[in-house]
Design a protein around this ligand. Structure first.
Ligand code: CA
Length: 255
């Protein structure tokens, strides 16, 4: 998904609602949208994981009983993938609510069904306010990304929001892998980065280095920049070895 908008002074928070009961999910979506939020409904745990791997979300509203996985399991999977998004559990009964306490899962809050929509909105707003203060930047399993926005070949990368801002003001969201690659290159300017080092940094030490997928991600990034007419001279493929990002040339030109 790409979010395109030239000016966004105060973007609406994106809430992912993971709830398999379609009627309930669409009612929740209506109320949250009325409260000034954007909503993505996922009826399956697997949909939610796929969505969150590719998109920044401000909060997940997570039903505990889902057809393909429990809400607890989904929560553990997100943590294991270092997708650190605030979570409010939706529980069917007090027994489940006490389980959340007992397991000390680290979710940000829970709401017991049936709930009032005013209460739900208030709890979401409270968690969003807290989250504003502690943006967790473990965006991929292995790269701890700096929270500072950085320039990459003329575009501004904003890690906390998984966003690239282009010189014309267009904002595009990128995936965590792409962000991991750009961040690793940015943290090692002027060094030849082997494909192996880059794969290990983004996919982990146990990743299969014969995998071609790193090249596919790099191609995707290059195409995005080229589409915006940006010069990629500072980001070169070193044939048979890997890549180099050398922004010094730009600095010299601009100085
Ligand atoms: Ca359910």
């Amino acid at each position: 998904m790409s979010v395109t908008s030239p000016t966004r002074p105060n973007p609406k928070p994106l809430i992912v609602v993971v709830e398999d009961e379609a009627d309930l999910a669409s009612l929740i979506a209506q109320y949250l949208e009325r409260a000034g939020m954007r909503v993505q409904v996922c009826n399956r745990a697997s949909h939610a994981v796929k969505f969150l791997q590719r998109n920044f979300a401000n909060l997940v509203l997570l039903d505990l009983v889902l057809p393909d996985q429990s809400g607890f399991e989904l929560y553990e999977d997100l943590k294991a993938s270092d997708i650190n998004v605030p979570v409010i559990f939706l529980t069917g009964n007090l027994e489940e609510a006490s389980k959340i306490h007992g397991l000390d899962l680290g979710g940000d809050d829970y709401v017991t069904k049936p709930f009032s929509y005013a209460e739900l909105v208030a709890r979401i707003r409270a968690v969003l306010r807290r989250a504003d203060y502690k943006a967790d930047l473990n965006l991929t399993k292995n790269v701890r990304v700096s929270d500072e926005p950085f320039d990459f070949c003329g575009a501004k990368i904003t890690p906390v929001r998984l966003e690239i801002t282009f010189p014309d003001g267009e904002i595009t969201t990128i995936g965590r892998k792409e962000l991991g690659i750009l961040s690793y290159l940015n943290e090692h300017p002027g060094e030849v980065i082997t494909r192996k080092a880059l794969i290990h940094s983004v996919w982990g030490q146990h990743a299969d280095v014969r995998s071609r997928s790193i090249d596919q991600y790099v191609v995707k990034v290059r195409e995005l920049f080229k589409k915006k007419g940006l010069d990629l001279a500072d980001f070169q493929t070193v044939h048979g070895i890997g890549y180099i990002f050398d922004p010094k040339k730009v600095t010299r030109k601009g100085a």
